[in-house]
Write a protein that binds this ligand. Structure first.
Ligand code: NAI
Ligand code: SF4
Length: 442
């Protein structure tokens, strides 16, 4: 049975209220940090924990915090990225809905560590229920002395605001998010400078994902070393996985990093296998932005060892036979699913969401969508696959923000691993399209 650091109390009735959350030991990390630790000591615990950013990039959180510029007299900010929009990813929404005070507690403790007196939670605009839930939780925390002036008599002041997002996927990219928070169109900025140097209103800013901020609570309560004991290698702690697609038991699971993939997929504690007794065909392990892998490559690493749910093991083999942990949006495809149709679907999404600032992304995503549309609808040609790979290569690495790569990788990996399926769509043009045709990838 895996540890539950974030979801331990998720099924307790009323855990979304301050009263019940407090009865279950909530806000202890705030008391510990503000009463017994300096801000630098909190940063040190997060560094020791080895926590890596849970939004998708996996950048070490403690290192990001220590990059934060601290010029005298200049305000700095903590911004929580709750814009979760990655297809297949719904774990942050789950946390915000069911245990909002965990996020509020993490925000207070983290803001104290960073010396921020004003912090924001930027929540995807479509998530109005979650925005209301967080606003209520903030009001409760404030009424109980955990926000506002002189929190718990420590002399530390913090105002925390919820900001509805701008309604675009790109607003989840950290610099686009900051533009949006400033009231502008959410266009990504060129990095560097990183937000740690010039972020919100040009001031030093840390942007962290919802789950990363929530993880600060057990790290401060139990100590960074205890947290680092969980997991494997540089993948420490627990991770929330949004499990979806053709699974017997889709949902949000908290796993110890390092859990064998087979156990996650097939044990009753987690996904319970593939729905309706079907066979697994392919997996996207970290949200739509990461490469898709056929089942045989997904279950075993390049050395033939059982793959683990860790940053390193999932990426093993690189683009040839590796996926990525990404945001933890785990999508399983059963034997009946059409890879061409799915790839077209992802391409449509990225074309629609491209902000249009850079030509390779603006033009390339449109081009890929068009070619995939004709393949899927029986008008493609055998040269289209090479054309798609060529376009994806011209996008990759040539754009301002990672949306370009995110659009290119699923297409390139689908053609690398399922080329026969694309070819079938050409050779069987005129027959019913969007049909799985039964070449085994198990
Ligand atoms: P990134 O690797 O550019 O940056 C990671 C973080 O480290 C950023 O906060 C950045 O400011 C910081 N950083 C990196 N180098 C730094 C330096 N030298 N100094 C100071 N700070 C530094 O990746 P990014 O753009 O933050 O995230 C991309 C990932 O986001 C993708 O891999 C994808 O998996 C994920 N994603 C998640 C979504 C979701 O809904 N959860 C949506 C879309 C993408
Ligand atoms: Fe905009 Fe795409 Fe360029 Fe990102 S890569 S800045 S989404 S055009």
């Amino acid at each position: 049975m895996g540890r539950k650091l974030l979801l331990e109390h998720i099924n307790v009735p009323g855990i979304n209220t301050f009263e019940v959350y407090r009865q279950k030991g909530g806000y202890a990390s705030v008391e510990k940090a503000l009463k017994t630790m300096t801000p630098d000591e909190v940063v040190e615990e997060v560094k020791k924990s080895g926590l890596r950013g849970r939004g998708g990039a996996g950048f070490p959180t403690g290192m990001k915090w220590s990059f934060l510029a601290k010029p005298e007299g200049v305000p700095r900010y903590l911004v929580c990225n709750g814009d979760e929009s990655e297809p297949g990813t719904f774990k942050d929404r789950f946390l915000m809905t069911y245990i909002p005070h965990l996020l509020i507690e993490g925000m207070i403790t983290s803001s104290y560590a960073l010396g921020a007196n004003t912090s924001y939670i930027y929540v995807r605009g479509e998530m109005m229920p979650q925005i209301r839930i967080l606003e209520k939780a903030i009001a409760e925390a404030k009424a109980n002395g955990f926000l506002g002036k002189n929190i718990l008599g420590s002399g530390y002041d913090l105002e925390l605001y919820v900001q509805p997002g701008g309604g675009a996927y790109i607003c989840g990219e950290e610099t686009a998010l900051l533009e949006s928070l400033e009231g502008k169109r959410g266009n990504p900025r060129i990095k560097p400078p990183f937000p740690a140097i010039a972020g919100l209103y040009g001031r030093p800013t840390v942007v962290n994902n919802v789950e990363s901020i929530a993880a600060v609570v057990p790290i401060v309560n139990d100590g960074g070393e205890e947290y680092a004991k969980i997991g494997i290698g540089r993948s420490t702690g627990t991770k929330l996985i949004s499990a979806g697609g053709n699974l017997a038991k889709p949902g949000v699971y908290e796993i110890d990093l390092g859990l064998p993939v087979e156990e996650f997929l097939y044990s009753d504690e987690y996904c319970g296998g593939i729905a309706n007794g079907k066979r697994l065909k392919a997996v996207v392990a970290g949200g739509s932005s990461v490469p898709i892998l056929p089942a045989n490559l997904f279950l075993k690493t390049i050395n033939g060892e059982g793959r683990l749910m860790s940053y390193e093991s999932l990426a093993d083999g690189g683009f040839v036979s590796g996926s990525m942990m990404g945001s933890g949006g785990f999508i399983a495809f059963d034997e009946d699913q059409c890879i061409v149709r799915n790839t077209w679907n992802f391409a449509r999404f990225y074309h629609h969401e491209s902000c249009g600032q850079c030509s390779p992304c603006r033009e390339g995503t449109g081009w890929m969508e068009k070619v995939l549309h004709r393949l899927e609808h029986g008008h493609g040609s055998m040269s289209d696959m090479d054309l798609l790979v060529d376009v994806s290569k011209k996008i990759e690495g040539n754009t301002i923000c990672p949306l370009g790569d995110a659009a290119a990788w699923p297409v390139a990996s689908a053609i690398r691993h399922f080329r026969d399926e694309f070819e079938w769509h050409v050779s069987h043009a005129g027959e019913a399209v969007s049909r799985n045709y039964g070449i085994a990838h198990y």
